[in-house]
Design a protein around this ligand. Structure first.
Ligand SMILES: Nc1ncnc2c1ncn2[C@@H]1O[C@H](COP(=O)(O)OP(=O)(O)OP(=O)(O)O)[C@@H](O)[C@H]1O
Ligand SMILES: [Mg+2]
Length: 263
């Protein structure tokens, strides 16, 4: 299963990606978590300590690796490079080992823009997102940068589903609408919504109604949860802070749904 997690800034993409990754790993899946957001904060939600996190070299800055795989060093002008670099071993060789044996791949800052630069680093990263091998008991969870519009169209092609995180706020719903159309345009079959930070029945109804109008199926609603907020302030993974908090229970149901659909 290959899942991309998208949504407006601050809605809870990284929180959902990190918790889902840990829950799947606890169920025995081999999980590869890909941090595709230049802000690079998936590691702390996964529960990787700060000392280890601070030493991670993002793939986009690993010039030796880029050169080895594409045949060209970033910045070397005019060089010919491979558009189909080998990526199947990257998680094992360059992933950082996290709790529950999760492998984290940090992409770093890459400009994928449709018409933007096509360079060796992009070629490698695009291949990584598109062609990373997934066996039956494997899951790839990608935490995307807010918005998604900046992504080259090819980048998330090949994911099984895209989960759009939505808060009960109009702007977040508008962004979800745009992402959903973009994803359908690219040809992604499953475009699904997850409500987050929901504080009342009223907010839940508001979200359900808005998403229904957009024909965007909602596969779960995660409540606003103080335990998530506290874990964030303590820089602890929410799942290590309180594995049975309300938000995590809601994410367990989402995980069960995904397992029924994609495994
Ligand atoms: N269900 C929840 N209850 C309480 N706080 C939450 C919940 N979900 C996320 N948060 C908090 O909201 C903030 C933003 O969450 P997160 O970083 O996961 O969002 P994001 O969409 O990845 O943001 P960005 O666009 O900056 O990458 C964090 O402080 C997180 O702890
Ligand atoms: Mg994030």
């Amino acid at each position: 299963m290959k899942l991309a997690i998208a949504g407006k800034g601050g809605v809870g993409k990284t929180t959902l990606a990190g918790i889902l990754a840990r829950l799947l790993a606890k169920d025995g899946y081999k999980v590869i978590a890909i941090d595709a957001d230049p802000a690079m904060n998936l590691s702390s939600v996964l529960g990787i300590d700060q000392n280890t996190s601070s030493k991670i070299i993002p793939i986009s800055e690993n010039y030796d690796l880029i050169e080895e795989r594409t045949g060209a060093r970033p910045g070397s002008s005019g060089s010919v490079f491979s558009l189909t670099p080998t990526v199947h071993d990257i998680a094992d060789k360059y992933g950082v080992l996290g709790p529950d044996n999760i492998k984290l791949i940090v992409m770093g800052t890459v400009k994928f823009g449709g018409s933007g630069c096509m360079c060796p680093a992009n070629s490698l990263l695009r291949a990584l997102l598109r062609h990373i091998l997934v066996n039956r008991k494997d899951a790839v969870i990608m935490d995307m940068e807010a918005g998604l519009e900046h992504l080259g169209r090819g980048t998330i092609k090949g994911v099984d589903a895209i989960l759009i995180v939505v808060e009960p706020r109009m702007q977040s719903i508008d962004t979800a609408n745009r992402i959903s159309r973009l994803a359908q345009d690219i040809g992604i079959d499953s475009v699904l919504a997850v409500g987050n930070k929901v504080r009342s029945e009223e907010e839940k109804n508001f979200l359900n109604d808005a998403l229904k109008k957009m024909n965007l199926p909602i596969i779960g609603i995660i409540p606003y949860d103080e335990a998530i907020a506290k874990s964030d302030m303590l820089r602890v993974s929410p799942i290590d802070f309180d594995p049975n908090s309300q938000a995590i229970e809601a994410i367990k149901s989402i995980k069960d749904f995904l397992m029924r659909c994609y495994f």
